[in-house]
Design a protein around this ligand. Structure first.
Ligand code: SF4
Length: 109
């Protein structure tokens, strides 16, 4: 499989945000760390596994946490951002608040 570049991962994150109607975290340094993690995970596992979680190395087991993970459907309405803080809801972004630590629904914590 062709490796992804950091630019590929940036484009991926941007396209996800546009498609879903979300906003990318405006903190460029923070965003770059998460995007780098997505890039690394793609090149390691072959899919954009969430950079804030531990992979099982199997697409079948990991599929709930392939970006954009299934938990965003609950996390964005409730907390205003995804677990990693890469994607923000429009309302949360407009409020100008930084994402905070939120529970990881994958592990029910
Ligand atoms: S928490 Fe979900 S949406 Fe956010 S970066 Fe991780 S996989 Fe993507």
């Amino acid at each position: 499989m062709k490796p992804k570049s950091l630019e590929d991962a940036r484009l991926f994150a941007s396209m996800v945000a546009t498609k879903q109607g979300w906003v990318l975290n405006p903190d460029a340094d923070f965003r770059e760390i998460i995007v780098q993690g997505l890039c690394d995970n793609f090149n390691r596992y072959g899919y954009f596994f969430c950079p804030c979680r531990d992979s099982d190395g199997s697409r079948e087991v990991d599929k709930d946490s392939i970006c954009p993970c299934v938990w965003t459907k609950a996390d964005l309405p409730e907390y205003g951002h995804c677990y990693c803080g890469l994607y923000l809801s429009r309302g949360f972004a407009a409020a100008g608040l930084p994402p905070a630590s939120i529970p990881d629904r994958r592990y029910g914590s």
